[in-house]
Design a binder for this molecule. Structure first.
Ligand code: FES
Ligand code: FES
Length: 165
């Protein structure tokens, strides 16, 4: 059956079974391979995408459950101020080691910062604990999220001044 979904703002259609996980629709039908397969059972976070802005494990999300919700993937992360700030922080702090888990880490981090612009260590650990990194980059991930939050907070007054001109 054909399923139409909106991915990164663009309507797309896939001819797949209703229970096909969004992960495989993104990767195999749409060629969006930035979203990774890790465990397939919602245990590692490598496949994290956004559904209406919230982090969701795409490996256990059937395409038929999406309906009119908007899917966001790592390919469009840089379209938001939060996504841009996270990408910059990841580069500045050299967060990545092998990189395999990092698309999922960034998507979870972006959902966190969008909902909570000034997360504590506890807030970060609570949200990010479901994203596993076999290279053990957890300390740098936490530092990256805090760095992005600081950058976003200091950019806010500048953006407000721009608007008031
Ligand atoms: S591949 Fe989805 S949580 Fe591991
Ligand atoms: S950077 Fe290698 S698994 Fe996370």
């Amino acid at each position: 059956m054909a399923y139409s979904v909106v991915v990164n703002g663009k309507p797309m259609t896939a001819d797949v079974d209703a229970d096909t996980p969004v992960l495989w629709v993104l990767r195999d039908s749409f060629g969006l391979t930035g979203t990774k397969f890790g465990c397939g059972i919602a245990m590692c976070g490598a496949c994290t995408v956004h559904v209406n802005g919230e982090a969701r494990r795409s490996c256990v999300t059937p395409v038929a459950s999406i309906g009119s919700a908007r899917i966001g993937t790592i390919e469009a992360l840089d379209r938001s101020a939060v996504g841009k700030a996270l990408q910059r922080a990841w580069l500045e702090l050299e967060v990545v080691q092998c990189g395999y888990c990092q698309s999922g880490q960034l998507m979870s981090a972006a959902a966190l910062l969008s909902a909570n612009p000034a997360p504590s260590d506890g807030d970060i650990d609570a949200v990010m604990s479901g994203n596993i990194c076999r290279c053990g980059t957890y300390g740098r991930i936490r530092a990256g999220i805090k760095h992005a939050a600081t950058q976003l907070a200091s950019a806010k007054p500048a953006r407000a001044r721009e608007r008031d001109r």
